[in-house]
Each structure stands twice: as C-alpha cells, then as structure tokens.
Design a protein around this ligand. Structure first.
Ligand code: ZN
Ligand code: ZN
Length: 347
C-alpha cells in the first residue's frame, strides 16, 4: 500500500509500505477518514518531525496522520470479540504504552512512564488505506457520527473538548479562545454548545468569519490593536472568566493570560514554543490558575463522541477540504497557509 510520509522542510511523499497484518493483540483498520491536525504542520515543517515536539525519535519513514477513523478489517488471534469485531466502526486513541502503568491503566497511554508510541509521529498513522493498532486503542464510533467526524474527534476536536473539560467551563462564563485553527474553532463550537459566551481571536479574517459561524459572540484580530484592551472592552473592563490558548504562539499565550480576569483560569493547549510572563503582575496579583492540557484519554475521547452525538454538533462543518491521498502535497501546502479550515483524507 502507499502512505503519506513527511520528509521535513514542507516536503512529503507517497511511499510504498507493506500491507499490515495484525499481531496477536492487534487489529488492522481499513481507514475511511484521516484528518489533518494542526500539530501535523509541526511535523511537516520540522526537520526531525516527532522529536521536535519531544515525542521521541524515529528511525525510517513513518506514515503520517494521527486522526484515524475506519472499520475493523482484520483482528489478531488473541483479540476477543468485545474489544473488536470485523466490520466495527471505530476511532483510534492514537497512542500506545506499556499497558500496566498508572497512566496506561486510566486510559492516558500517551503519558506512559515507559514512553509511548504516537501513531502518525513515532508509529505508522492513518494517511494510508490500512493501519495496524493494538486492539486496546480502539474507541467505538457512534452510529450517528460520520467517519470524518470520528477523525476530528480522534485529535483536534477531542483535544478542544478535553481542554474545556479541564477548565470545567461553566455555561454562564465568558471564555476567550486564542487561535481559530482546527482545535480553536472546535473549542469555539463546543464552548458555545456548553452555553458559554465565546470571544474568538485570530490573525486571519477568514478564520474569524468562520468563528462567528461556529457560535463566537465576538471576534478580535489581535493585529488590529491591543487585544487585551479589546477583550476588556467586551467584559466590563474585567477580562474574560477563562481563556484557552490554541495558537501555541508566545503572544497568543500572553494575551490569554492578560485577557483573563482576577480569579480566572487559563488553559494552554497549543503545542510548541514558549511564553514569558510577569509572575507577580500577571499571575499572583490576579490569583490566576494556569493549566496545561494534552489531548485526552480513551474515556475522554468516548465522552467527546457522546457529547457531539447528543448535542447534534455539526463537526463536519469544520472540514473545508476533502482530499484523496494522492493529493497530499497540495493538501498540506494549502493547510500550511493557516487561513483555511480543516482538511481530511477520505478513502
Ligand atoms: Zn504505561
Ligand atoms: Zn493532533
């Protein structure tokens, strides 16, 4: 089969890989949808891919794509029926660890004390017709949800949901969401569905227009003036109750911190880079809580799917581009501009 592999410095190729066969505890999925996530851009641009985000080193070409969704095509000899049956519609929790440490046992295998495989970064991902994963990574896809929706929940949308859950976002609160890429826009959509008032920030007018469509009450272009003053003008001079940074940019993180009111909470979810804050002024004097959130557990992924199903959230609307695998170079070139919505490969 042929799968997409990143070569670094914005180059990729469709390379030949052997068709996967399941080991005793594995399944092979026929991939139906494989999403493009913001963090794929880091791997696409970087020399050294996964190691650039501290995810470990890899040797040899790796198939990209960490938003897998499809149907079970083959199961290993030691896989029991409840875990996977041929034909089941499934998402993948795109990590695998030792299976026995406290993190693996609670569904957080990305935090495995012995290190974990990150599919699409350090293990073969879903930008290919087939993908082999351990059976314990499977999360059922509700019948009501499309494969593309399942792909989004497998990273971008699931990550947004996980961050909002970490914030315990109350429905009556105002939340600032910095960055309206796939994760930020999902957060806007989900936070609005949770009843919150959303103030969305992005440097792209296209993305701000989309944020409005997805339920943002107000939008701010941080390059048009002082974004903190703009947030305060919308919040009685106090700042937002909460903020979520999905930009991963230093200035974006600082805007999230400074745009939040006293006693508020800020969650960092964008990957990479750094931030410098004035601890006394920005944090202590404001009694501020700052938390980090890294994706979600298997349980959180299933919770997100349930929330999306029950609230009939139009996750498909996130996708502005639907591609076939041979179009991968064009797909990533366009995504790299960071002005469009989300892309997905459909098989
Ligand atoms: Zn473990
Ligand atoms: Zn991702």
């Amino acid at each position: 089969m042929r799968g997409v592999t990143f070569l670094g410095e914005r180059r990729l190729e469709l390379a030949e890989f052997p068709d996967p066969t399941p080991g005793p505890h594995d399944v092979v999925l026929e991939i139906k949808a494989s999403g493009m996530c913001g963090s794929d851009l880091k791997f696409y641009r970087a020399v050294g891919g996964a190691s650039s985000l501290g995810l470990g080193n890899v040797s040899g070409p790796i198939i990209a794509g960490h938003e897998p969704c499809g149907v079970v095509a083959a199961v290993g000899t030691a896989v029991d029926e409840p875990a996977a049956r041929v034909g089941a519609r499934v998402m993948v929790h795109h990590y695998s660890g030792c299976g026995g440490c406290p993190h693996c046992l609670t569904g957080w295998s990305q935090m495995c004390v012995k290190g974990s495989t990150v599919y699409g970064a350090t293990g073969h991902g879903a930008h290919a017709p087939y993908m082999k994963v351990p059976a314990h990574t499977l999360v059922p896809l509700p019948d009501e949800l499309s494969f593309a929706t399942g792909a989004a929940i497998s990273c971008g949308t699931g990550t947004a949901f996980g961050a909002l859950r970490r914030l315990n976002l109350p429905g009556g609160d105002t939340i600032v969401i910095v960055g309206q890429g796939p994760v930020g826009l999902s957060a806007t959509q989900l936070a609005a569905a949770m009843g919150a008032r959303v103030i969305a920030l992005d440097v792209s007018p296209e993305r701000l227009a989309r944020a409005k469509e997805f339920g943002a009450d107000a939008t701010i272009d941080p390059t048009a003036g002082d974004p903190v003053a703009a947030i305060q003008a919308l919040t009685h001079g106090l700042g937002a109750d909460m903020a979520l940074d999905a930009s991963g940019a230093s200035e974006g993180r600082l805007t999230a911190v400074r745009g939040t009111r006293a006693w508020g909470s800020v969650c960092f979810v964008g990957e990479g880079g750094d931030v410098t804050i004035d601890v006394s002024r920005d944090m202590l004097r404001k009694q501020l809580t700052i938390i980090g959130s890294w994706t979600f557990s298997t349980v959180g992924q299933a919770d997100c799917a349930r929330f999306v199903t029950d609230r009939k959230i139009d996750v498909e609307h996130l996708f502005t581009h639907r591609w076939q695998l041979p179009q991968a170079a064009e797909a990533y070139r366009l995504f790299d501009r960071q002005t469009t919505g989300k892309g997905v490969f459909l098989m």
